[in-house]
Design a protein around this ligand. Structure first.
Ligand SMILES: *[C@@H]1O[C@H](CO)[C@@H](O)[C@H](O)[C@H]1NC(C)=O
Ligand SMILES: *[C@@H]1O[C@H](CO)[C@@H](O)[C@H](O)[C@H]1NC(C)=O
Ligand SMILES: *[C@@H]1O[C@H](CO)[C@@H](O)[C@H](O)[C@H]1NC(C)=O
Ligand SMILES: *[C@@H]1O[C@H](CO)[C@@H](O)[C@H](O)[C@H]1NC(C)=O
Length: 456
């Protein structure tokens, strides 16, 4: 009986805290899925909606909004709520052209080893690198031939940051899992997310993606839906995280509050967009379990996302780290917690995208900007399929300069260049310390013999 009363009281607290501070609950909630889980029929419908949106100036409008507010929406707590609203704005605009449009997200961490080989960069999706012989214009994919008109008339550009049309390796699912487990304060979580995977994906694609008008590239939306997914995962780890908001915005003289108006979207206060499923934020992500369910049901997530068994291979490997490393990088694992929001390792999702990539490269003539087939595709894919570990040709532990196919070591993340730090007004010491922490995680995993199931 006493237990019942306590539970009842807790439940009332939960309901009252939320109902006094949140806008009304959505009548229905859309589920954003990983782009590899979208059927090709669905994706074709989305693509024609995107083209119409572009023709009607929505890419321009959102890019301009991003540019106009650039200096105050990065490097501070409002980064996450404002970019959440940007994705909602984009999705709502797309639904006027195709009412079933739900913005997909791109789980970029699963492609960390060789990002240029991602499904996202194939011709049926967003195409690959720009062509240096043609002003770095993209020559294939969704936006090929589009005239981007903001900030001036030109093509969409990409300048992949690695050699030979590659993109340098970035942050792994293991790193993202650690990120979800190691930050109790909102703004600490935000800065770690912003300065690691968030920046690495922009820098890896480059061209428009490293300009202030980055929303010109549809990859921006796929990427920011994913960044938003991490925040929503973190918000659902424990109920206290849901409305957690602290720190100071760029150029601000006082700390943030939930009643702050969002730059570029004066119709919203921060509190209006904190909880997905309320107000105008009528969407969620397929692998996030609501925090109200995470204690009762440790077994699986609420939707089609990962269950803990999907993570077993990676989780077992991480568990064999020494105790102090486990406590430092994976405190959630050290505590034996099974809350699925503490993890970002989804082998099922990874395999779906690899299989789709194989199908696409079989049926599409994949070309580089020079018009020659990508020689390495088949070799890499068959290596992935057979999942062998035998190719040691590039297994040089000191070679962390770019993508490293064939090695069983996790690649070391790169420090973002100074121009990126200056462009955003980031605190260089803070960025350095956060990226160094990511480097130490990789070095620890490599030194202790951890083998990632996401390495080819
Ligand atoms: C893009 O602009 C150029 C030059 O203004 C024009 O020739 C071309 O037809 C336009 N392309 C599209 C797809 O609108
Ligand atoms: C502002 O926030 C910082 C850290 O987020 C905190 O240390 C500081 O005490 C806060 N200042 C005020 C006036 O609340
Ligand atoms: C998961 O659920 C099944 C049946 O619902 C139960 O038998 C099993 O013990 C649960 N596993 C864990 C780890 O809780
Ligand atoms: C690889 O990373 C380590 C640690 O950051 C660094 O000391 C080393 O110089 C890097 N090697 C190369 C070839 O970049």
């Amino acid at each position: 009986m006493r237990l019942f009363i306590i539970l009842y009281a807790l439940c009332l607290t939960f309901v009252s805290v939320y109902s006094t501070s949140l806008p009304p609950k959505c009548a229905s909630v859309r589920v954003r899925k990983e782009i590899s889980s979208i059927s090709s029929t669905e994706w074709e419908l989305m693509k024609s909606a995107l083209r119409k949106m572009h023709d009607d100036g929505h890419f321009n409008r959102i890019s301009k909004l991003h540019v106009d507010n650039f200096a105050t929406i990065h490097g501070g707590p409002n980064f996450l709520p404002i970019h959440r609203v940007l994705t909602a704005d984009f999705e709502n605009a797309a639904r006027k052209y195709y009412p079933d449009f739900v913005l997909p997200y791109w789980d970029a961490a699963k492609d960390f080893q060789n990002p240029a080989n991602s499904l996202v960069f194939t011709l049926p999706y967003t195409g690959g690198n720009g062509n240096p012989q043609n002003q770095n214009c993209i020559s294939g994919g969704l936006q090929a031939g589009w005239n981007m008109t903001y900030p001036n008339n030109r093509c969409l550009t990409r300048i992949f940051n690695g050699p030979n049309n590659n993109i340098n390796s970035w942050y792994s699912p293991e790193f993202m899992t650690s990120l979800l487990q190691t930050h109790k304060q909102y703004d600490d979580f935000r800065s770690n997310l912003e300065f690691t995977l968030h920046g690495a994906v922009h820098l890896g694609i480059s061209g428009d993606m490293t300009s202030m008008a980055s929303p010109n590239d549809f990859a921006f939306m796929l990427h920011h839906a994913n960044i938003d997914r991490y925040w929503w995962k973190w918000q659902n780890i424990i109920p206290e995280n849901m409305m957690s908001y602290n720190g100071r915005n760029a150029k601000a003289t006082s700390n943030v509050t939930l009643d702050d108006t969002l730059e570029g979207y004066p119709q919203y206060k921060a509190r209006d967009v904190m909880a997905l499923g309320y107000g105008d934020m009528c969407f969620t992500y397929d692998d996030v379990t609501p925090s109200s369910n995470t204690n009762q049901n440790n077994n699986q997530s609420s939707t089609s996302g990962s269950s803990s068994s999907d993570n077993d291979q990676a989780v077992d490997g991480l568990k064999s780290l020494d105790v102090s490393s486990l406590k430092r990088f994976f405190p959630g694992l050290a505590n034996g917690k099974k809350n699925p929001n503490l993890f970002d390792m989804n082998i099922v999702r990874y395999k779906i995208s690899v299989n789709k990539l194989i199908t696409i490269t079989k049926t599409t003539k994949v070309t580089t900007h020079k018009g020659k087939p990508r020689k390495c595709y088949k070799k890499q894919l068959s290596k992935r399929q057979s999942n062998d570990g035998g190719d040691d040709s590039s297994n040089d532990p000191t070679d962390n300069s770019s993508s490293q196919q064939g090695t069983k070591l996790l690649p070391v993340p790169q420090m973002p260049p100074d121009h990126w730090i200056e462009m955003h007004g980031y605190d260089k010491n803070q960025v350095t310390s956060i990226v160094n922490n990511g480097i130490q995680l990789v070095q620890t995993l490599n030194a202790q013999g951890y083998i990632s199931p996401y390495l080819q």
